[in-house]
Design a protein around this ligand. Structure first.
Ligand code: ADP
Ligand code: ZN
Length: 191
């Protein structure tokens, strides 16, 4: 990347589950740490998938991350002199996160974000579409469709082995729920 040198900017790494968003975010953060730049990484507190205080990818790579309940906490918990801010699972934050990213970029911070572009229904997810429009750099990655092997752009939600229905609640207590990567043709939403 030919980097901007006279201001901050926003990057977004997006795509379905398993496309390598966290892996790519961790790769970029590692490079920044080799350059001895000050980094802070945040994630929504509700994402406790693998580890409380870490950002972890499906291939096992990790980077220290601070869980926050609200976007405003990112600003209040930021020390002076931080040059790079990473934010993972950005789709789970409310719209206010957009203003926070813009504000940081306006203060000469490099803001590297990662998150799902679509929900399990295949529809745009939370603040991500707007961030894609506002970011200087957008990378849309693909996983591999587990059904046919084509590039996967969607996240399939299965509940007790069946495609989740459009209006199934996001949290289903006690259900056997799995997510997998699928292409446009193989992605299914139950009626
Ligand atoms: P994301 O953050 O986008 O969910 P991760 O960075 O956590 O993705 O994980 C990406 C890794 O997931 C890949 O490098 C690969 O090892 C693994 N993986 C598992 N299933 C798939 C799949 N269907 N397509 C691509 N990668 C997969
Ligand atoms: Zn497919």
């Amino acid at each position: 990347m030919y980097e901007i040198s006279n201001s901050g900017w926003i990057e977004i790494i997006t795509g379905p589950m398993y496309c390598g968003k966290s892996e790519e975010l961790i790769r970029r953060l590692r490079r920044v740490s080799f350059a001895d730049q000050q980094i802070r990484v945040f994630k929504p507190a509700l994402d406790n998938r693998f580890s409380e205080g870490n950002l972890v990818s499906h291939n096992g790579a990790s980077f220290e991350a601070v869980p926050v309940d609200h976007p405003g906490e990112i600003v209040s918990r930021l020390d002076k002199g931080v040059e790079v801010v990473g934010i993972d699972e950005i789709q789970f934050f409310p719209g206010e996160i957009i203003e926070i990213c813009e504000k940081l970029a306006g203060q000469d911070t490099r803001v590297i974000t990662a998150g799902l572009d679509r929900d399990f229904r295949g529809e745009p997810f939370g603040p991500v579409p707007e961030l894609m429009a506002r970011a200087e750099y957008v990378d849309k990655l693909h996983a591999i469709c587990v059904q046919c092997g084509e590039p996967a752009s969607r996240t399939q939600r299965l509940i007790d082995g069946e495609p989740a229905r459009y209006d199934d609640p996001v949290i289903m207590v006690g259900a056997d729920e799995v997510y997998e990567a699928r292409c446009r043709s193989c992605h299914e939403v139950g009626g």
